[in-house]
Design a protein around this ligand. Structure first.
Ligand code: AHG
Ligand code: MN
Ligand code: MN
Length: 341
């Protein structure tokens, strides 16, 4: 190939597409069948559809509540339902999954009888931070993928969904922010892709993301301060005191885990949702929120703890189980767990 052909080629592609990135990695993985690549493509399609709807939410009449309350006891937003249904319809026909689980749906979501059942399980929070929808602040989607446990090629079930995070195959999130990004990991590294809206394609923008070993911010709903245990109060008091390493930490809290942890991944620091006297196990859901982010942040060199152990070592007993979380830079998480022990 002459150098001029090469120049022309480089100019033709603005960067590495998500599809190309997945395929390149698949070719290097011995025994890969392409099933995982196919599944990720369908998730990316769902992300584009959800992102496009989020962008025009104020015009499309999809702001506000449906009037229903979900399995979590939370008021359901119209976009929660749209995002949930989009993810299910993009994935169910692909033949890659045997069952799905969603924060918005009480029971495991079966694959309809007319479609083939695959070897993977997909769990997701279709829209995270839905309280931010109506105020035009960042929201996201979170997903994780496991191998099925039930043998054969029939439908999967609850057992397939209740796996500890350490057995996860992949996890990712999408942030609908000032730009839309998809970040995913299969454990080896963490890769971020930014949507080019003029082309409708995700391009690699953040290669091999690493979280700083220590940050300068803490991210927690401090309105819960008086409901926390004295040890959690003491830890936060210390973080904002001059005794904290490098001096008092800054406080940042968007109220959407995706947005708060995206910042934490890029800048370092710690995000927490501790247990409190109202939420005895914290607020965040193990399978849809805590475990996927624990997987991503660990893969980026950080840590994720429940306060008494690794988030990824918790074996779920129920689909919608909650868990306290302390996630972020390794040194910050280490200090938090020592101080609240
Ligand atoms: P969701 O919108 O999926 O229900 O999640 C909201 C979660 C999470 O994104 C965020 O970190 C947390 O709720 C915020 O809770 P508080 O409002 O209690 O701080
Ligand atoms: Mn959520
Ligand atoms: Mn949600």
């Amino acid at each position: 190939m002459t150098s001029s052909t090469l120049d022309v080629r480089m100019a033709a592609l603005p960067g590495t597409t998500l599809e190309r990135h997945i395929l390149d990695r698949q070719r290097r993985a011995p025994g890969a069948t392409g099933n995982f690549s196919g599944l990720l493509q369908q998730i990316a399609l769902a992300a584009k559809i959800i992102g496009s709807r989020v962008r025009k939410a104020g015009l499309a009449g999809v702001l506000g509540l449906t009037g229903d309350v979900n399995v979590q006891g939370e008021r359901v937003q119209k976009l929660d339902v749209f995002a949930n249904n989009t993810m299910v319809s993009c994935v169910e026909a692909g033949g890659h999954v045997c069952v799905m689980g969603s924060e918005e749906v009480a029971d495991p979501i079966p694959v309809p009888p007319e479609y083939p059942k695959g070897k993977y399980v997909l769990l997701f929070d279709p829209l995270d931070g839905s309280g931010n929808i109506d105020i035009n602040a960042s929201i996201g989607s979170i997903f994780s993928v496991y191998r099925r446990l039930t043998p054969g090629q029939g439908p999967g079930g609850l057992r397939d969904c209740l796996q500890p995070g350490r057995d996860m195959v992949a996890a990712g999130y999408v942030i609908y922010g000032s730009s839309n990004m998809l970040v995913y990991s299969t454990g080896g590294g963490v890769y971020g892709f930014t949507l080019d809206p003029s082309i409708g394609e995700f391009f690699l923008s953040h290669d091999n993301m690493r979280i700083p070993t220590r940050g300068r911010t803490y991210s927690v709903n401090e309105g819960n301060y008086h409901k926390w245990s004295p040890s959690v109060q003491g830890w936060v008091d210390w973080l904002k005191s001059p005794e904290a390493p490098g001096g008092a930490y800054s406080h940042r809290y968007i109220g959407a885990m995706v947005a708060d942890l995206h910042r934490t991944l890029l800048r370092g620091g710690i995000f927490a949702y501790p247990a409190d006297e109202k939420n005895r196990s914290g607020k965040l859901r193990l399978l849809y929120e805590a475990a996927p982010f624990a997987f991503i942040i660990e893969a980026a060199g950080g840590a994720a703890s429940t306060g008494s152990g690794r988030v990824l070592d918790v074996t779920p007993e129920a689909l919608h189980q909650r868990v306290p979380v302390f996630v972020g830079s390794a040194e910050d998480v280490d200090e938090a767990t020592r101080m609240i022990a």
